[in-house]
Design a protein around this ligand. Structure first.
Ligand SMILES: Nc1nc2c(ncn2[C@@H]2O[C@H](COP(=O)(O)OP(=O)(O)OP(=O)(O)O)[C@@H](O)[C@H]2O)c(=O)[nH]1
Ligand SMILES: [Mg+2]
Length: 249
């Protein structure tokens, strides 16, 4: 099975890949790590495949005289061109779980051709699921939560494989009622009315009704890669989502 970790810059992808991988490995599962971030300086795991063997953002900046953003866009397009080749390389590592770390600039990965081509190609070699990371430190207002769910929904639509969302940095949440906010639609609406105003409030109330089905279908999971908590729950929602009879596909 391939688990692709996607989330906004700094949401905790690399740390979670590493710690969750160690945790899975400690229960006897065979794990392989894949780094698809050509901008990464160091990764805390030993990858069986690393895109930096082919190119890095730094090299592209020097060679093509581009700034960091231009070089990352170029890198994403090169990654898309190599999707078949890199999938064949990834397939060589025999593992129960292949954990795939993706670039910090998730919008480039998801909204250019890169993400769709790579995820499609990975689906050809085995079951593939996306874990979408929501940085719990950054959810301070109901609007932050709605914005994150919009991004997760866009990711689900673009990549077309099952997706589960997970709140990271549970040891340092932005607000103490986050769990309730995510699990109880009435509570979410109440907080929207109290904390937001005007047109934005109307828009968010409407949107919260759209995301209810997404929230209802999946238990809310909070993980911390620092205190190493929530990994059992993450494993459980991944299995539920991959179950053929599951309704997340
Ligand atoms: N408090 C806390 N901090 C965390 C946790 N996981 C990661 N971090 C911190 O968040 C920052 C970003 O973590 P990364 O794992 O590099 O995040 P990323 O999504 O891979 O970042 P990019 O690849 O740059 O987008 C680092 O300073 C981590 O130490 C966590 O569970 N709790
Ligand atoms: Mg990273």
């Amino acid at each position: 099975m391939q688990i692709v970790f996607i989330g906004p810059a700094g949401s905790g992808k690399t740390t979670l890949v590493s710690e969750y991988g160690k945790w899975l490995g400690s229960s006897g599962q065979k794990i392989s790590f894949v780094n698809l971030d050509p901008g990464a300086e160091e990764v805390p795991y030993s990858p069986s495949f690393d895109i930096r063997e082919f190119f890095t953002v730094e090299e592209i900046m020097k060679r093509e005289k581009l700034g960091p953003n231009g070089a990352m866009i170029r890198a994403m397009d090169m990654l898309a061109e190599k999707s078949r080749e890199l999938t064949s390389r990834i397939e060589l590592s025999q593992a129960d779980y292949r954990l795939i770390d993706t670039p910090g600039q998730s919008e480039l990965f998801v909204f250019r051709n890169t993400g769709p081509e790579i995820v499609n190609s990975l689906s050809g070699i085995g079951r593939t699921i996306i874990v979408f990371l929501i940085d719990g430190q950054l959810i301070c207002h109901p609007s932050d939560l709605i914005a994150m769910f919009s991004l997760a929904a866009a990711c689900r639509l673009r990549l077309n494989v099952p997706l589960v969302h997970v709140v990271t940095k549970a040891d340092a949440l932005g607000r103490s009622d986050l769990e309730l906010l995510m699990q109880n639609p009435d509570y979410l609406e109440k907080r929207i009315v109290e904390e937001e105003g005007g047109l934005l409030q109307e828009y968010m109330l409407e949107y919260s009704r759209i995301i209810h089905p997404m929230l209802r279908r999946q238990r809310t999971v909070f993980v911390s890669a620092i205190t190493k908590t929530g990994f059992e729950a993450l494993e459980s929602i991944i299995h539920d989502a991959m179950c053929e009879c599951g309704d997340l596909r």
